[in-house]
Design a protein around this ligand. Sequence first.
Ligand code: NAD
Length: 359
Amino acid sequence: MGELQVFEYMREHQYEQVVYFYDKPTGLKGITVIHNTTLGPALGGTRIWDYATEEEALVDCLRLARGMTYKSAAAGLNLGGGKTVLIGDAGQLKSEAYFRALGRFVQSLNGRYITAEDVNTSTRDMSYVAMETDHVVGLEGKSGNPSPITALGVFNAVKAGLQHKFGSPEVENHTFAVQGAGQTGYYLIGYLLEAGARKVYFTEINPRHIERMQQEHPEVEFVKPEDIFGLEVDVLSPCALGGALNDRTIPQIKAPVVCGSANNVLLDEERDGKALKDRGIVFCPDFVANAGGIINVYHELHGYVRERVVAETGKIYDRMLEILAIADAQGISSQEAAKVFAKQRIEAVRQLHSTYIPR
Ligand code: NAD
């Protein structure tokens, strides 16, 4: 990319606001991007990363904030999309004062942006942010670890994928391959087994996670990382890192359904989304499948009730079916269809807001 023309980029992708902030005593240096607040306040986590350049940080923040708009819109939440990136070495920068300084900047946006944890930030860090602002979620003692809920959402999305492909959402009689048995993959495997999955394979690179699976569920068969994509199974579930589906791995896939938790799992959204479609593979877009995490923290804003969160996460099933149907009807990739679905909701609500009704 040549030098970024920020206003041109904002115009093209309809961003609302880009804020730079700096606090000399603590070394806090960051950017908050608010992409779209049609549906509600922009929510997105705070990431700390030692970016090589300021432009790299900005581009990352712009991209992540936009992704949050689609994720929340497709999840049926009254939230917009935003993100914060903090520039520097997390190990050296983190302190109470650093996060309280961040909290003061978040507060200065007056609720237009709500933050949470992300890469290199923790619930503990957010507890310092919360000393200075109410606009933070993902706090200790509130919604708790999102991973079981994220995995439950993925499980519902898997069932939608099965329904779309085989005409029934039952997981019995089906076989599964899960890449990554960390926070989300571990719980997903639990749900699949509970529902009577015929066979589950998994792969991992962390020996502790391999051992945990082998002790708790010896029936789940380990395969080497390089073998997971080519397994003869019904569902491939990438639950490790982004970019796992690409021009090297997609040609190996034998599963007719692909559905997992990993964010940005397509290395190149357009190319790889189309490659999956051309191969006739039902791909459940990741940002729809893994929305349980954001549904979980969203409910902190409205008084957290676990049953309500589980019920909302269950709606991922119908939403995924609708998106897969849009993809078929319009002859586009499911990744593209998920964006169409999200944009339709934003546009519909934008029109709803066009009349003034006092409350
Ligand atoms: P995690 O780090 O707990 O688990 C990922 C696991 O994948 C790790 O155990 C790691 O060892 C393994 N792994 C990494 N590379 C691998 C490879 N090449 N082959 C096999 N295993 C490999 O992370 P997580 O919280 O389970 O998240 C997984 C994905 O889901 C990420 O992309 C994350 O952004 C996304 N996600 C997570 C949540 C959540 O609530 N945790 C919510 C939304 C999205």
